[in-house]
Write a protein that binds this ligand. Structure first.
Ligand SMILES: [Zn+2]
Length: 165
């Protein structure tokens, strides 16, 4: 559990897309392109994160030797079904804080005045969007455009809820 009692995750290298989708739902999810099993387990235990992996050998090892680390063996190759599995097995709240984290950095997004993003987004976007958010780490700017809409539709399917506000 994180500081606010929310479930947090650490994703194995084989479930990178799932990590992004959990971030899209607002769930703090660590992901490293390269990390060995020992470090995954160590960080998971130290930070009380749920380990997500498709590696059944890692899971067997966990049962044998790793004690209290919580882990989920992801069954599907399809990211939508992967997300559904995690949401269902932990009873995640899909509507709690969707689109509050940077998909790349796992950092909380900050709202940013329109005037500050004028040169950072396409003109059409600037003229049609009222509110913008920015990642404090990579400075990527987010807005509720077509990508956001597609993603929330996919999240709805995985979560069986309507995400629209
Ligand atoms: Zn970022």
């Amino acid at each position: 559990m994180g500081p606010d009692g929310q479930t947090r995750f650490i994703a194995d290298v084989n479930v990178g897309r799932l990590a992004k989708w959990l971030r899209a739902l607002g769930y703090d999810t660590l992901f490293f392109k390269e990390i060995d099993d020992d470090d995954l387990v160590r960080i998971g235990l130290a930070e009380g994160r749920v380990l997500l992996t498709r590696d059944s050998r890692l899971m067997e090892r966990r049962v044998a030797a790793l004690g209290p680390l919580k882990a989920i063996l992801i069954r599907s190759e399809e990211v939508q079904l992967q997300l559904k599995q995690v949401v269902e097995s932990l009873g995640l709240d899909c509507r709690r804080r969707p689109f509050s984290l940077c998909l790349e950095c796992n950092q909380g997004l900050e709202s940013v005045p329109r005037s500050e993003v004028r040169t950072q987004v396409p003109t059409y976007v600037f003229e049609t969007q009222a509110s913008f958010h920015r990642c404090p780490s990579c400075r990527k700017v987010y807005w509720r455009g077509s990508h956001w809409q597609r993603m929330s539709e996919d999240l709805e399917k995985a979560c069986f809820v309507e995400m629209a506000e």
